[in-house]
Design a protein around this ligand. Sequence first.
Ligand code: SF4
Length: 463
Amino acid sequence: MKPTNAVIPDKDLVREMDVAAPRYTSYPTIPVWHPAESGEAYADALRNHKPDIPLTLYFHVPFCPVICHYCGCNTAKLECAAQTAEYVDALLREIRLVRALLPQRRRVAQIHWGGGTPSTLKEDEFRAVLDLVRESFDVEDDAELAIETNPMTCNDEKLHFLLGHGFNRFSIGVQDFDAEVQRKIGRNQTYERTAEFCGLIRAHGVRSLNFDLVYGLPGQNLGKAADTLSKVTRLAPDRIAVYSFAFLPTLRENQKQIVASELPETDLKFDLYLMTIERLQNAGYAMIGMDHFARPEDELAAAWRAQRLRRNFMGYTTNADTDVLAFGATGIGDVSGYYYQNEKDNTPYYERLNRGDLPVQRHITLDADDHIRRTVIMDLLCNGIVRKEAVEKRFSIGFDRYFDLELSRLEPLAAKGLVQNGPAAVEATALGRYFLRNLALVFDNYLDGRKGPAKGATFSRTV
Ligand code: SF4
């Protein structure tokens, strides 16, 4: 199949554009949110939810059978069965609290289970949550039911349970199939079991199968990565997310088990990145957004071509704007122009719910400027284009005047051939699509302290 985007950046440009930057799953980004004293602001946002905006429900499950050395997620080793039972009780309490604050039953377009490893929940625990969700909300007939799974710890029985309960999108964290790389990151996931797991999912005719890959892991080299990529393309997932490994051992205790000297040097990391995008495109995948690849017939690729891709905390989506209600420790939600994150540790999460309080730990209510910039940044990250007239009409501003400073900051990037600032639109070029985060940075009003500093923020690098 022909490559869908033949332009590949050269290494000098990749090196130059490799800076620390937010991934912009939200704007404003989490480090500038404020500590929450109570769940009252979230309660108000729920009371104000507009009925015509469908909901995405996110459930976070912070348990894994073993903790991988490279993990950057909020999770902990599952020590005993009683832990998930206690956690599910809290989830049920949180759903009831939230439902009681919404003015009426609401439509749900998407349900996403992430973690951690959601399949650590037992079948009756899943059933209890799913039943309460259906009792409390109108789940659309064609709703997307997505779950992150690990073929090594989700057995066939559990998988059949999930398939039987309507899960239609499965994400598998592959990272790297090489046994030595896996040993260095504390993981064991064979190609054979992954292939068998994918076969069971495919046989059920599910809507979509997604893989996550990571480059920059200890022990990776071009030969091993090429082997992983050929195995991945043989399994033909519909979507592939490709992430750069963020090595932050001062923030992540488990990453101290990674031997820093075994990490690929910067040059090799760039080569791994470039080889990955080239091989996936040669295998027929379209690069969409900033770090995703999809088969051309996949609805995400179609949405990218039609410039109607959207992004939320779970990644890229074809669902038109939804509000996100997050449940569980660490869950991040977005409702009625209000972002919140739940308590990160299970103990305060349980205590807050026991007191009848929504367990919000930090939050922010967007002001008018945040709304404008969120639209611009999401348009860039999702579709590589910001149509000036649409922004002007929606927010009653003159685009060029409002963004006078930002447009002048775009000029050096335009000189490198990454972006064009025309009379009607700011648009990433084919080359600029590899550097959408760098373009989005220009429109962030917090990073240079113009609007308040991002205190203590540590962002991953763009490459
Ligand atoms: S399975 Fe995933 S969430 Fe769990 S420890 Fe490993 S990387 Fe982290």
